[in-house]
Design a protein around this ligand. Structure first.
Ligand code: GLY
Ligand code: MN
Ligand code: MN
Length: 455
């Protein structure tokens, strides 16, 4: 179990971090050697302007390869990883009296790297050492200033792919960070559940409440909170928050929001419904059915399973739910084969999770036709962390096309029209694949209750 007192948690994570870095040193050396490099420089990133026409900058989103080693959001840092040597960290001395980067969440990195400060990022150039040196980062100009411009992009692509692969199987440190991120998300989801039950809060109110409850600034969240009331839940990534909320006979709330720990993010969705009347009851049944399906899909995950096969299975189960709640008529297989479920459930079952919400390394193979938005086509392996997030939505554009086509007769449009004002439902948890029994650990359910109907 993860300790929850901050100091205790930090000690726990720092211990795991030292092992994580030792493991990375070993695996980076192997990757460098395999691809013919002597060293690689990881650039933390450069500040990006909010607009080319003004002089304000976004807070830094560090380059993930850098974050894999370091939980530091400092611009123009360089980590030099050389085969068989202790990595060297160059930090830019913060001298500006206008702004400063956020303080590090831990000082454990001081024990595992040789650390030096430079007044100007160009000074790093003098210390890179010889041999073939690759550079990974977003800023080509910075790489060029280090004399590494010629090796950017295409030349480093095979190495970059090998380094992505190192992020697929999470170390115990990474899993601990992801578990902690899930724990932090809990307070936000619980606050929104209560607020939604007790009053008619607007989407903006709820978004701000989530930030407060999880003690996050907007830019610190792993992705922009998706807070969708009623029909807005049919916009899968609804972030244009409404300012008002009218009392309604039936209301739904979909919250897809996470939290971070040392750069690693949770990705969690819950859907709630309240009110009386036939639509509220039918929608509550739909939410409960999607919850139950999501739990069955989570329970089916095991090493060796094809994630895409599980995605296909989620379509069969979605068809059964649509039939049971009276939306779709006829056989389950027919609803899937004729694309009816894709109109109600257009996205993929889930994706790899880590430093990026849609993490790297699990979508190297193209999905089968019909699974266009599936972001995980890999076989399930021990050490992976990914989401399981089925959903059912009433999306106007997709339903219009369905209504106009030959499959229209498979659908009960009266039920669809009654539920459309409630938007849709998605349930999302983060799973770690283990070598044990059970073969998964649900990092989300350890902390967060279910969604569904509210009294
Ligand atoms: N929060 C974005 C997603 O679930 O993929
Ligand atoms: Mn997700
Ligand atoms: Mn999500």
């Amino acid at each position: 179990m993860i300790p929850v007192l901050d100091a205790e948690l930090d000690r726990h994570l720092d211990g795991l971090y030292a092992e994580h870095v030792a493991d990375l040193e070993r695996r980076y050396s192997q990757a460098l050697e395999a691809h013919g490099w002597d060293a690689v420089v990881l650039h933390s990133g450069s500040l990006v302007k909010r607009s080319a026409f003004d002089d304000q900058y976004w807070p830094l989103r560090p380059v993930p390869h850098w974050q894999h080693w370091l939980p530091l959001a400092e611009p123009d840092g360089a980590l030099v990883v050389r085969i068989g040597q202790r990595p060297k960290l160059w930090r830019l001395a913060a001298r500006s009296f206008w702004e400063r980067p956020p303080p590090p969440p831990t000082r454990a990195f001081l024990d595992v790297f040789d650390v030096d400060e430079v007044a100007d990022p160009a000074d790093v150039k003098l210390h890179l050492g010889g041999g073939r040196v690759a550079c990974i980062g977003e800023d080509r100009a910075r790489a060029a200033s280090w004399g590494l411009g010629a090796t950017a992009a295409s030349a480093t692509a095979p190495l970059a792919a090998a380094l992505d692969e190192l992020r697929v199987h999470k170390t115990p440190y990474e899993v601990a960070c992801l578990a902690e991120a899930n724990r932090r998300a809990r307070a936000g989801h619980e606050a929104l559940r209560s607020a939604f039950r007790e009053r008619d809060a607007s989407e903006l109110d709820l978004h701000l409440l989530y930030l407060g409850a999880t003690s996050q600034d907007d830019w610190e969240t792993p992705y922009k909170n998706i807070v969708a009331l009623d029909e807005n839940a049919a916009t899968l990534h609804h972030v244009a928050y409404g300012r008002r909320s009218e009392p309604r006979e039936a209301a739904s709330l979909l919250v897809d929001a996470g939290a971070t720990c040392r750069g690693y993010g949770a990705d969690v969705t819950r859907t709630w419904v309240k009110g009386s009347g036939a639509a509220a009851n039918a929608f509550a049944e739909l939410v409960a059915s999607v919850e139950a399906m999501q739990a069955r899909l989570c329970a089916a995950v095991r090493p060796g399973l094809s994630y895409e096969d599980l995605h296909d299975e989620s379509h069969r189960q979605t068809a059964a739910i649509l039939r049971d709640v009276g939306i779709v008529r006829g056989a389950v297989d027919e609803a899937v084969a004729r694309g009816v479920t894709r109109a109600f459930y257009p996205h993929g079952l889930g994706h790899s999770l880590g430093l990026q919400t849609h993490d790297v390394g699990c979508a190297l193979r193209q999905a089968r036709p019909g699974n266009a938005f599936l972001r995980n086509t890999r076989d399930v392996e021990v050490g992976q962390v990914f989401t399981i997030e089925p959903g059912i939505y009433f999306i106007e554009d997709l339903l219009e096309r369905l209504r106009a086509g030959p499959e229209a007769s498979l659908v009960d449009w009266k039920t669809v029209d009654a539920l459309t004002p409630l938007g849709g439902v998605r349930i999302e948890d983060d799973l770690q694949v283990t070598a044990g029994n059970p073969p998964t650990r649900n990092l989300t359910r350890e902390h967060l209750p279910t969604g569904g109907g509210l009294p």
